[in-house]
Write a protein that binds this ligand. Structure first.
Ligand SMILES: CC(=O)N[C@H]1[C@@H](OP(=O)(O)OP(=O)(O)OC[C@H]2O[C@@H](n3ccc(=O)[nH]c3=O)[C@H](O)[C@@H]2O)O[C@H](CO)[C@@H](O)[C@@H]1O[C@H](C)C(=O)N[C@@H](C)C(=O)N[C@H](CCC(=O)O)C(=O)O
Ligand SMILES: Nc1ncnc2c1ncn2[C@@H]1O[C@H](COP(=O)(O)OP(=O)(O)OP(=O)(O)O)[C@@H](O)[C@H]1O
Ligand SMILES: N[C@H](CCC[C@H](N)C(=O)O)C(=O)O
Ligand SMILES: [Mg+2]
Length: 490
């Protein structure tokens, strides 16, 4: 790549447009000879203060905003209005290539599930497909654990280029509000985009719910090309404002849900381990048995099916794929049951609406009590703690409040904030013990939901992360309960 290739993104002035860009970086510690360094005004520090380091490490030039305070560093400083956006577009040109059909889904809850469902729908049609998001990257021959829901633009575009080179033609990615606000997915050519819902999340990052919604709407207003399909779940409180934003963005609005026009959910019956849906599409009625519990999974399946059909998949084949869907790891995932048949689920609900949905989802097939084990993360929005406490108290019969990545905070203070709203809850800080006690109290017909960590494999306490998996803990506690029971019977 040469600097001339980004002449529309930055002011080159009298810099030689033929200068070669050997790599791009936004972290001075990754700069090598010939790297173009983007000085990002970040949330913690200002990349501009590392321009000198980047120059010393061999940067070919520095890209910075007009007001960045960069003195004489010995290499050209190229100005631009939006450094993050210029970085993302530059990254897309640098690592050129992406799966031909890329879609992105946003919403407070359901993104990981929708991305996984889309990959499965495409794979069912024999298409080489990938999903990218919170749980990592899954594609033929690849199963990589992830860190960010929406990766930074340099890694993202490098990944998309690799996937395309590996023959992946279809990809679904999650667009988090951080990712959208930080321009992480600018430069991805999208064939469609989806919206699931909006609830309380990331109130430590966005000032108000409106700001949070506005960040998400960049997907429809700015990233999705005009005329491309925007598949919007129709039954959420924020569906209306989302439809309005997508219309403003010139998208083709397709709604899915009970009041949907593209996929209309006419009826949905909850079964023990799944649900039966009657869906109207293009004048035809389809009966679909979705092998996943929880009506919210039906909403996710509809958004995924809508995006697949809107990007060219055959509707009948999409509905047949829904009949075989597997849930994303740790999303209302059944990890076992007691000898008497009480079911144990691991779920990633770490925000109020998600907890509300998951507890409501298990009620129809629970004849006994619903037990929930959960906590709230440290260094995250403290406002959600009492809200989640209230929800647990209202919707579960037994509540155990435990720890979930306390990070730098005092775990007891986090638990107290939850328990203020549910004083009758049992407080068991040690998550391993909380899970074991939750399992021990299960009788026939009961359901246990272990919420908050889903696919995670660590517990972060202070600065240290120790291996911890709700799946493993639940299975171990079940085995020990059964051993004790068989010991007692002998
Ligand atoms: C708040 C946030 O999202 N921050 C992300 C962001 O950091 P930032 O741009 O604010 O960077 P900063 O630390 O202030 O530094 C500014 C600049 O100086 C540079 N620098 C810094 C030090 C140095 O020596 N040299 C140098 O060049 C940095 O590389 C950076 O470019 O860009 C970084 C690089 O891509 C990310 O690693 C970082 O994610 C942090 C670690 C994070 O935890 N993000 C979470 C909250 C997040 O993004 N979550 C969303 C949503 C998940 C969900 O929906 O639940 C996600 O998409 O995962
Ligand atoms: N459509 C939905 N409506 C409400 N709650 C949902 C929905 N889909 C999933 N959930 C709940 O949210 C949790 C997370 O689901 P999922 O990982 O699919 O969402 P996400 O948007 O990717 O979340 P995150 O931003 O945390 O990665 C699930 O475990 C479940 O509790
Ligand atoms: N991406 C989210 C995940 C939260 C998961 C929960 N287990 C927690 O640690 O709060 C965050 O970092 O806020
Ligand atoms: Mg996710």
């Amino acid at each position: 790549m040469r600097l001339a290739d980004i002449a529309d993104l930055v002011e080159l002035g009298d810099v030689d447009p033929d200068s070669t860009v050997a790599a791009i970086a936004s972290d001075s510690r990754k700069v090598a000879k010939g790297t173009l360094f983007f000085a990002i005004p970040g949330t913690k520090t200002d990349g501009a203060s590392y321009a000198g380091d980047a120059a010393k490490a061999g940067a070919v030039a520095i890209v910075a905003s007009r007001d960045a305070a960069i003195g004489e560093v010995g290499v050209p400083v190229l100005h631009t209005d939006k450094v993050r956006k210029a970085l993302a577009i530059c990254a897309s040109r640098f690592s050129c290539g992406q799966p031909e059909t890329m879609v992105a889904v946003t919403g407070t809850a359901g993104k990981t599930s929708v991305a996984s469902f889309m990959r499965q729908i495409w794979a069912h049609d024999g298409l080489p497909a990938a999903s990218i998001g919170t749980t990592g990257v899954t594609a033929p021959g690849r199963d990589q654990y992830g860190s960010l829901t929406t990766p930074d633009p340099i890694s993202l575009h490098a990944l998309l280029s690799e996937l395309a080179a590996e023959g992946v033609t279809h990809g679904a990615m999650e667009a988090s509000s951080h990712g959208l606000e930080m321009y992480r997915l600018d430069g991805v050519r999208l064939a469609a985009a989806g919206f699931t819902n909006l609830g309380r999340d990331h109130m430590d990052f966005h000032a108000t719910a409106e700001d949070y919604h506005r960040a998400k709407m960049r997907l429809f207003r700015e990233l999705l090309p005009e005329g491309a399909p925007a598949v919007i779940f129709s039954d959420d409180a924020w569906s209306g404002p989302t439809i309005a934003a997508a219309e403003e963005g010139g998208c083709e609005v397709l709604t899915v849900g009970r009041s949907g026009n593209f996929l209309k959910l006419e009826r949905c019956e909850q079964l023990r381990d799944g649900q039966r849906a009657h869906i109207l599409h293009a004048g035809l009625h389809h009966e679909v048995d979705l092998p996943l519990a929880g009506e919210f999974q039906m909403a996710n399946a509809l958004v995924a099916a809508g995006m697949a059909i809107a990007t060219g998949s055959d509707a009948a084949s999409v509905f047949s794929a829904l009949r075989e869907l597997k849930g994303a790891s740790g999303r209302l995932e059944k990890v076992g049951e007691t000898d008497a048949g009480a079911a144990i689920y691991v779920d990633y609900a770490h925000k109020p609406e998600a907890l509300e949905n998951v507890l409501k989802a298990v009620r129809p097939f629970t004849t006994g009590k619903v037990v929930v084990v959960f906590g709230c993360g440290g260094d995250r929005d403290p406002g959600k703690r009492p809200i989640m406490g209230e929800i647990a108290g209202r919707l579960a019969d037994t509540v155990i409040v435990t720890d979930d990545n306390p990070r730098s905070e005092d775990p007891a203070i986090i638990r107290r904030a939850i328990m203020d709203a549910v004083p009758e809850a049992q407080e068991i800080g040690d998550r391993r013990r909380a899970i074991a006690i939750g399992i021990d109290m299960l009788d026939r017909g009961d359901t246990l939901v272990i919420a908050g960590k889903g696919h995670e494999t660590g517990q972060t306490i202070g600065g240290e992360t120790v291996h911890f998996s709700d799946h493993e803990e639940a299975r171990a506690a079940l085995v020990s309960r059964e051993k004790r029971a068989s010991g007692a019977a002998q």
